[in-house]
Write a protein that binds this ligand. Structure first.
Ligand code: ZN
Length: 222
């Protein structure tokens, strides 16, 4: 598990290094110590992301993630730091190749999809959703939304929508496909401000298929 003690250790060693005189042998030594902490952090972090992605892929048939987006995914400070520092991309790559190896589906949802601003209950879209808002009450259905869980459900639903809409043509990455589908959804009477979601859901998805299993974790899809 990635721990804050590594960050503290790094900071301490960097401070020590900054106090050493240029060209001195103690500076060289301090430099090596900083490098060692860096590589330790890298190993611990990658190990953690490997284990987490393994767990997610083993437990799910479809894994949907928002690409290049770490906004409030995890409130745990150290974990958030691990993911943002190591790069969301690396985590996505791990999820993807592990999923493909097991014949499971990995989907990236375009980061411009309004996952945080859309109420998963009634699909009402609010205009603003500042990052510091952790819970919000939907002005339309008056339901209370946890920011992360609501966004995760929207990402899951969006992914499942693509799977149902375009099973045969389904490519591993759907960002471009999403653009195309969004356009056709709007053309077939969808509300443009809520990219195709309402009309496509009600037009294309039979009711009994509309209740995917609950996974409860932000990055997992049914
Ligand atoms: Zn609502």
């Amino acid at each position: 598990m990635y721990g804050c003690q590594h960050s503290r250790n790094l900071r301490r060693k960097q401070q020590k290094l900054s106090r050493k005189q240029k060209g001195s042998s103690t500076r060289d030594k301090a430099k090596r110590l900083v490098a060692r902490v860096h590589s330790k952090i890298k190993r611990v972090r990658e190990d953690f992301l490997h284990k987490l992605s393994r767990k997610i892929v083993d437990k799910n048939q479809v894994i949907a993630v928002e690409n290049l987006n770490v906004k409030g995914m995890v409130r745990n400070h150290c974990l958030a730091k691990a993911i943002s520092d190591a790069g969301w991309g690396m985590f996505g790559t791990m999820l993807q190749y592990k999923a493909e190896k097991l014949g499971k589906i990995y989907i990236e949802i375009d980061r411009f999809f309004p996952s945080s601003k859309t109420c998963n209950n009634c699909l009402h879209k609010v205009s603003e959703m500042p990052l510091n808002v952790r819970h919000w009450d939907c002005p339309k259905c008056h339901g209370r939304n946890d920011r992360d869980i609501n966004a995760a459900k929207n990402i899951r639903d969006e992914a499942l929508r693509f799977l149902r809409l375009d099973v045969r043509r389904f490519p591993p990455h759907i960002s471009e496909t999403k653009q195309a589908l969004g356009t056709s959804a709007a053309a077939s009477g969808g509300n443009v401000s809520q990219p195709g979601k309402i009309s496509v859901l009600s037009d294309a998805i039979p009711l009994e298929a509309g209740s995917p299993p609950h996974t409860g974790t932000p990055v997992e899809g049914g």
